[in-house]
Design a protein around this ligand. Sequence first.
Ligand code: SF4
Ligand code: SF4
Length: 211
Amino acid sequence: MVEQVFENAKVHFQCCRCGNCCRHVKEQILVEPMDAFYMARHLGCKDMGELYDNYTCPTLLQGLYPVFLMQVKGPDDACVFLEGGQCSIYEARPRTCRIYPFSINPNVLDGSFRTFQNWDQHEAHFTGPLISVEEWMRENFNEEAQAFLLTEYRMLPKLAAMLQQITQDEQMRFYSQVIFLHYFNYDLNQSFLLQHSANLEELKRRLERAI
Ligand code: SF4
Ligand code: SF4
């Protein structure tokens, strides 16, 4: 269950580092381009391809748009980065993990964000000290992450709609371009955000030409 919370709210939360939220996560953790970029840097990958090849699985969102999901391991389908009950890439963990126990829903019209608290079964979460939602978000959802998410929410529905307007043969041909431009075409030594916007704009131009 999720419930909207406001920035000025304070909610009870504590983490006892049991690692349970990193288990049974098969097909649940989306690895967005910004996640992959910082994970690749953190792990010293030579490029984005090395990260996707070793730690993610590709799939199609709603049967149409290519996305990458975190690989899992072991009988409890634990995240590939869970080691000894701890996150082995804690400083570079994906946004979904970073903002937990909250989730975010952007408003693409005014650029604001709605925050939701995830109410799950782990009672330790709700017996801890009060934390400020505003401070949590400031620490874990920075300006770059906000700009990235707004760009994704503004562009992806347009790109998916354009993909639906072309023939299935052309869609298959475009998947390799979507995967390259949206996910792979990043220089890890340059800043992320400008490369991301440029890649999506280029993808939009190519799709417009194909329609
Ligand atoms: S957030 Fe909750 S489930 Fe995850 S490690 Fe902490 S206490 Fe365990
Ligand atoms: S990346 Fe880290 S925090 Fe996120 S699910 Fe994997 S082990 Fe857990």
